[in-house]
Design a protein around this ligand. Structure first.
Ligand code: ATP
Length: 289
């Protein structure tokens, strides 16, 4: 059982933090909200980097924080694995040494071997972080955070710096990790598809408060899906040909050319951000993967 009920106010900030979460162990939670909503603050409070002014954090009957009883376990006493966007590996240690360093002294080394296999790290065990790609580093960082089999795994946008292909592969690894070890996981992500794929519950945060805890389909379909296509795109260039105005748009990693009204065409320039919507909803869908 997870029971979080904390209040906090940062000096010089208008945001009052008030997080209330009742949840179950072994679940994969997505933490979702606008920039500045308080997602990282939630993870920092759970791991003990920020001490809230009031409230309690109880994880599986263990009190990690209780302001009235003056209990505040330091981060190293809270059983937590963490991975952030920047790959915090020890640069002077090989992959193998990075993993071994994380293994608690009395723990069986078998878990290391399992993780090396699951995360396909065998071929890079003797390499140093500097020689690894972003995706490889994050695979090692994920494996390292799981070596000690923590009670909570806290992931703050761990895949945000990776390209789309690598991101999808790492999502598969994350999924396998969760299936294998069933660690209670909190993942911050802005990627709705990622949340759908990985998370059982979405913890929605807005202005320092938890506003909903729902399944991805309940949450996102209520919030986002309006039965029409809507994309955010970057304008790459606008070509004026006679009375035609052709705009090249970058949508995700795809470039799409569209003809627009001259009135609109004259107002657009490269680097503008636009929203593209279509009224008719008759998409042609081809399975590609
Ligand atoms: N140490 C701090 N001191 C003062 N204010 C802070 C501190 N940490 C966070 N805040 C404020 O709390 C609010 C929430 O910040 P937080 O980083 O948790 O947002 P976030 O949802 O993770 O945003 P992003 O998606 O951009 O990373 C912001 O208004 C931020 O300025």
């Amino acid at each position: 059982m997870i029971s979080i009920d904390v209040q906090h106010k940062f000096p010089n900030s208008n945001t009052s933090i008030n997080f209330k979460i009742e949840g179950e162990l072994q679940r994969f939670y997505g933490v979702y909200g606008h920039s500045g909503a308080g997602k990282s603050t939630l993870l920092n409070i759970i791991c003990g980097f920020i001490t809230p002014q009031k409230g309690k954090i109880i994880i599986n009957d263990e009190i990690w924080f209780d302001a009235t009883k003056n209990i505040n376990l330091p981060p190293q006493k809270r059983s937590i694995g963490m991975v952030f966007q920047d790959y915090a590996l020890f640069p002077n240690m090989s992959v193998k040494e990075n993993l071994e360093y994380a293994l608690p002294k009395k723990k069986d080394k078998a878990v290391l071997q399992d993780l090396v296999e699951l995360m396909e790290l065998k071929s890079i065990l003797n390499q140093f972080p500097l020689t690894l790609s972003g995706g490889q580093k994050q695979r090692v960082a994920l494996a390292r955070s799981v070596v000690q089999q923590p009670k909570l795994l806290l992931l703050d946008e761990p895949l945000a710096a990776l390209d789309q292909e690598m991101r999808l592969r790492l999502q598969d690894y994350l999924q396998q990790l969760h299936q294998q070890y069933r660690l209670t996981t909190f993942l911050i992500s802005h990627d709705i598809a990622e949340m759908y794929k990985l998370c059982q519950q979405i913890i929605a945060i807005d202005s320092g408060k938890v506003t909903a805890i729902k399944s991805p389909s309940e949450f996102f379909q209520g919030q986002k899906l309006h039965g029409k296509f809507q994309f955010t795109a970057k304008v790459l260039d606008v070509i004026h040909q006679d009375i035609m105005h052709v705009v090249s748009l970058l949508i995700g990693e795809e470039i799409v050319r569209v003809v627009v009204d001259p009135e609109l065409g004259h107002t657009l320039k490269s680097h503008d951000t636009v929203v593209v919507t279509t009224k008719a909803f008759q998409p042609i869908i081809h399975k590609i993967g």
